[in-house]
Ligand binder design. Sequence first.
Ligand SMILES: [Zn+2]
Length: 340
Amino acid sequence: MSLARGVPLVATLKWLALLAVLMALPAVGAPARRALQSGNVTVAYNAEDEAFARTALAAACDALPVLEEALGLTARRQGSHIPVRIEIARRQEDFDQLVGGSTPPWVQGIALPRERRIVLKTLLPSVARTVVAHELTHLLLGEMAREVDVEPPRWLHEGLAKFAAQDFTESDREVLGKAVVEGRLLRFRELPDAFGGNREQVALAYAQSYTLVRYLHELHPGGGIRQYLQNLALTRDPERSLLRTYGQAPEILERGWLAQTKDAYLKHGLPLSAETAILAAMALLAAVALVVQERRRRLLRQRLQEEEKLRRMFGESSLPDGPPAAGCDREPQDPDDNLS
Ligand SMILES: [Zn+2]
């Protein structure tokens, strides 16, 4: 087109090159985005978030092997074929812009599996590792589920996310312990509704999803979760998929899972665990022994002081006859006693 109008080709190319450079430049005032990469994970961030970007990248790289093993990606040598982009935003409006819609201020990270993107707010490093691994799980599980055209159940999403993020806290243990003591552990069929329940039920749903995923993973490591998804795609029945994947009737599997949960967390629900009770009793006994010993020393001191007084009053020879002070014989040289 430009040739037909008589514009020299070289000049046209120069303009196109200049236009490309201008388009590549950030808008005036907007900070330039930077990127870090390791394998198929890329982290995009502004200069001020460099340290956080490195933490996020390290967290993703730490969580990937756990996830790939649980999802059976390692065996199929597919672990690295899924590219993941992590976008970091410091301000709420930047976060919303990257997500593509407004979000509540308490949301710290969102996985967008279709776009293979995770959007994160700048966080404390300790929290960052958990959030990155958590969202990475949602992304990879979502990707895998899309391959077989099935929607993973919520317990699988959240349980696997906690498992991969090693996000099982003292508070989770207490929630489980309390539920064991009060006989409120959720059954398999009750898990989906519990995610929509009150705060206590939601906390229990998360904690039990973690123990369920861990239990299933122990039964069939290295790809059991992937097989479960495939069976779910075939049967569309969560319980039949358990049977097909793990070779156990759902009731038996459920019994084993709940028994393991009870055994492991009962002590966290008791007001005083057995170990704590023994330690407390030992401390009490030691305190009583100290008090008794101190009382004996005080009595002994008093008695010797009285004898000393009598010696001064009557002289050594005129001391009244009587048995020697019992305490002297028994504890003659207590280094703590200054009897002079
Ligand atoms: Zn989640």
